[in-house]
Ligand binder design. Structure first.
Ligand SMILES: CC(C)(COP(=O)(O)OP(=O)(O)OC[C@H]1O[C@@H](n2cnc3c(N)ncnc32)[C@H](O)[C@@H]1OP(=O)(O)O)[C@@H](O)C(=O)NCCC(=O)NCCS
Length: 403
């Protein structure tokens, strides 16, 4: 192969973006391009060069990811693209090896991404660690609920206030669920742009932000939504402290005049709405898919940094073709007071690929389902069940959109 893998300097960022737009068959207006450029300047950027031509490009945002019991540094991979003239020659494989190696060397124990094609990333150790539901509510009749909505007042806030009002609530929600990325002030400012500011980035009408709770009292939740031309309310994000707060916000969305439908794309499979809706013909799950793909880059650090729900003492035989430091037999001794993970000569209780361990890491996928699917080998009967009990989390992980 004549390509070599190098950093993409700032001077080549526009060329790298051109390649990404070519690979994704995308056209980007000025506003989109400006936003992408700004993001890329803050990223780690890896390019595959064929002499001086950029034929492969991948970027990594440096962020934090909520994991059970805390947060870990994560590389969120983005703009993964290879020139159509250079595909299937190992360019992506070379870039991935480079990025994951850098990630390990830079003490980022996790990598994640949103896959445009599901078949690509398993081979590099990524597993689908979060599941997202798309939900539609028929709002031509009042929303029937089995819980009483929180009676506190709802108030529309100005987009400019989203960072100060919403960010603390988002952080509280993040602490409850794994899979959620850190957001800086710039993220909130981008999310709150009016259509004029967003230009060709504008989605379905301007974002409206409603908060539950009086002005000078602590808020119990918020919703960011848009109303499209056909009377469809699209939920960008809904965060609620508890079931009554969630009921108040969903009821509000369902009651907006001149609308007929509420749709939400990022609903956790254990979202309370799916339980407290009195009529599931009115509140329907219309789709489900793996949202974020996760990769344990440093398995030891990832496992010892998360919290554990129950005691477990097992030997894991981990396979990892891309990052061999993770491969081999390791004893995991974990419980509510902490975890240790180190090499052992003892026989394995479970043999699994790092992609499957990554899928289970946030507690959203059961190890025993993967045993049943023939993907994880259980040498000691009951080992998968014990690991599941230890990995279990109070709430399922949920990932919204990437950066
Ligand atoms: C997807 C893409 C990045 C792959 O790059 P590439 O350099 O051709 O990949 P590689 O040659 O390193 O392929 C590695 C392996 O992945 C497989 N693979 C690559 N793309 C795949 C796809 N879209 N679906 C299924 N398998 C794929 C290859 O067949 C190869 O498998 P093998 O080792 O068993 O032969 C490139 O085709 C591309 O840029 N596509 C358009 C943009 C895109 O889809 N990006 C992904 C964003 S999430």
């Amino acid at each position: 192969m004549t390509t070599d893998i190098r950093d993409i300097p700032e001077a080549h960022v526009d060329r790298a973006l051109d390649l990404a737009h070519l690979a994704f068959h995308a056209t980007a207006g000025d506003a989109t391009r400006k936003r992408q450029r700004e993001l890329l300047l803050k990223c780690e950027r890896v390019g595959a060069y064929d002499h001086e031509e950029i034929v492969g490009f991948a970027a990594a945002h440096r962020l934090g990811l909520s994991v059970p019991g805390g947060e870990l540094p994560v590389a969120e991979l983005d703009f993964v693209s290879v020139a159509p003239t250079h595909r299937r020659r190992g360019v992506l494989t070379a870039m991935m090896g480079e990025l994951l190696g850098r990630c390990a060397a830079g003490h980022r124990p996790l990598a994640c991404l949103w896959a445009s094609e599901e078949a690509i990333y398993g081979r590099f150790g990524f597993g689908p660690a979060t599941e997202t539901y798309a939900v539609e509510i028929n709002t031509t009749r009042p929303l029937a609920l089995r819980v009483t909505p929180d009676p506190r007042p709802l108030r529309l806030i100005a987009p400019a206030d989203t960072f100060t009002v919403l960010a603390p609530l988002y952080e509280t929600g993040r602490a409850r669920r794994g899979g959620r990325l850190s957001r800086d002030e710039a993220w909130w400012r981008r999310a709150a742009r009016t259509d004029d500011e967003a230009g060709d980035d504008a989605k379905d009408g301007p974002p409206r932000v409603v908060v539950l709770g009086a002005k000078d009292a602590p808020a119990a939740g918020y919703v960011v939504y848009r109303v499209g031309e056909k009377g469809t309310v699209t939920v960008d994000e809904l965060e609620a402290a508890d079931a009554p707060a969630a009921a108040a916000l969903w009821s509000y969305l369902a009651s907006i005049d001149l609308t007929r439908k509420v749709q939400a794309w990022t609903v956790a499979p254990d979202d309370p709405l799916l339980h407290f809706a009195a009529d599931r013909a009115q509140v329907r799950v219309t789709g489900q898919w793996p949202a974020m793909w996760l990769r344990l880059v440093d398995v030891e650090r990832a496992l010892t940094a998360r919290s554990w729900a129950a005691p477990v003492d097992l030997v894991l035989d981990v396979r990892d073709a891309t990052l061999p430091a993770n491969a081999g037999c390791f004893r995991l001794t974990a419980g509510p007071s902490g975890a240790a993970y180190g090499p052992t000569g003892d026989p394995a209780d479970l043999t699994l690929d790092v992609r499957d361990l990554s899928a289970c890491y946030l507690g959203g996928v059961l190890v025993r389902r993967l045993v049943q699917a023939g993907l994880v080998e259980e040498h000691t009967p009951g080992a998968a069940r014990l690991l599941d009990a230890a990995l279990e989390t109070e709430h399922l992980p949920l990932a919204g959109e990437g950066t």
